[in-house]
Design a protein around this ligand. Structure first.
Ligand SMILES: Nc1nc2c(ncn2[C@@H]2O[C@H](COP(=O)(O)OP(=O)(O)O)[C@@H](O)[C@H]2O)c(=O)[nH]1
Ligand SMILES: [Mg+2]
Length: 378
């Protein structure tokens, strides 16, 4: 499979690609081992593409735009892979994005590869599969990878944190209701595209001005920890285009190319990717630990009661957390009588007042192994 991904051409390579991605998406443990092996061998061949994230509400014109952009790029000699993260498909099995049919020309083009969102799993899991699929596409020589998502839930954050450039698509009336635009998402955007400019040029131009000034404000007052942008080298921009007529697609690509050149030249692109890779590692560690924790028999048996007590305001959330963490480690909390099975009595929640017990440092209990002190993907 490895060889076909790297060296085969045409239909044979696409088949290998599809097979590899299916393997990545499998939940079977033996498949996962194979997938890990495959990814490790592919890794030296990855990283050479440009990773473009595109987000926007359903109906904004993402599919129309990606079709026209994809064909434009193929015309320039690129090979284009399109992957999607669709949170709706993980919840309902239905899909907001899965309208492959809209990319009629792109989906049959030999130089394009389109893969819909995995349809089960948590958002974190789905995002990870997509990230891995992206690496496989890169190894197969797709030099532009587009990751598409809808503007619902946390999926934009997932896409922004696996791509080199994050593009937010808006409708021409977006400027009329800036409140409706989620500030956090706007802050992630390297470029905002006002689509459907053909419908109402005035509205699109107004939206462009309003969003430009709003973004400048975010830039000035944004939380520096979340600031992705080196203000010196790239000030996020707002442009308008029409995916339907294709007007503005070339200048869109000019912006992307300028961004890419700048970010590559000053090392931002490399450091962004490094950060992303480490953040994903932690994201996966946290998810796996949580799953393991929830599956622990002692936790399973305690959880319903403690949850109920926390809901009812009878037990401080922090105390419940410590009891559960202690249970998972088979340790009882200091100050509680040891009981068979190593669990404190679930009903015994009179812990307040014992927090100051000499030698009782909540920061050094084994329970803390479950907590990553702030080196998460945040
Ligand atoms: N007038 C106009 N309509 C557009 C444009 N882009 C997309 N549309 C239409 O908007 C609708 C939704 O587009 P689609 O690409 O499916 O949006 P998505 O849900 O974001 O993928 C379709 O009927 C498109 O034909 C545009 O630039 N101008
Ligand atoms: Mg669509």
């Amino acid at each position: 499979m490895l060889d076909s991904i790297l060296h085969a051409e045409g239909a044979q390579q696409r088949r290998a690609l599809a097979k590899a991605i299916t393997l990545l998406e499998s939940t079977r443990a033996d498949h996962r081992l194979q997938a890990d092996e495959l990814l490790t061998s592919l890794l030296p061949h990855t990283g050479k593409s440009f990773r473009l994230g595109i987000s926007g509400v359903p109906g904004v014109g993402k599919s129309t735009f990606i079709e026209v952009l994809g064909l434009f790029l193929i015309g320039k000699g690129h090979r284009v892979a399109v992957l999607t993260i669709d949170p709706s498909s993980t919840v309902s099995g239905g899909s907001i994005l899965g309208d492959k049919t809209r990319m009629e020309l792109l989906s049959v083009n030999q130089r394009a590869y389109i893969r819909p969102s995995p349809s089960s799993g948590t958002l974190g899991g789905v995002a990870e599969k997509t990230r891995e699929a992206m690496l496989v596409c890169e190894a197969a020589g797709y030099d532009i990878v587009i990751v598409e998502t809808v503007g619902v839930g946390q999926s934009e954050i997932a896409v922004a944190s696996m791509t080199d450039m994050f593009v937010l698509m808006q409708l021409p009336n977006a400027g009329d209701d800036l409140q409706a635009i989620k500030k956090g998402v706007m802050e992630l955007a390297d470029l905002v595209v006002i689509n459907k400019a053909d419908l109402d040029v005035d509205a699109a131009t107004r939206a462009q001005a309003q969003i430009t000034s709003a973004m400048r404000l975010f830039g000035q007052h944004g939380d520096p920890d979340h600031a992705q942008h080196d203000q010196q080298s790239w000030q996020p921009r707002v442009i308008q285009l029409s995916a339907l007529t294709g007007a503005g697609v070339d200048s869109f690509w000019d912006q992307v190319s300028e961004f890419r050149k700048l970010q590559t030249g000053n090392g931002s692109l490399q450091s962004r990717r490094k950060q992303q890779a480490v953040a994903w590692m932690w994201e996966r560690i946290e998810a796996a630990l949580k799953r393991e924790f929830r599956g622990h028999p002692a936790v399973k048996s305690l959880l319903p009661l403690l949850t109920q007590q926390v809901e009812a305001g009878q037990l401080p959330a922090s105390t419940a957390a410590r009891q559960l963490l202690g249970a998972a480690h088979g340790t009882c909390l200091p100050g509680q009588p040891a009981r068979p099975g190593g669990l404190g009595h679930p009903g015994d929640h009179g812990l307040s007042g014992k927090h100051g017990h000499p030698g009782l440092d909540p920061g050094s209990t084994p329970a803390d192994k479950f907590v990553d002190p702030g080196s998460g993907p945040g």
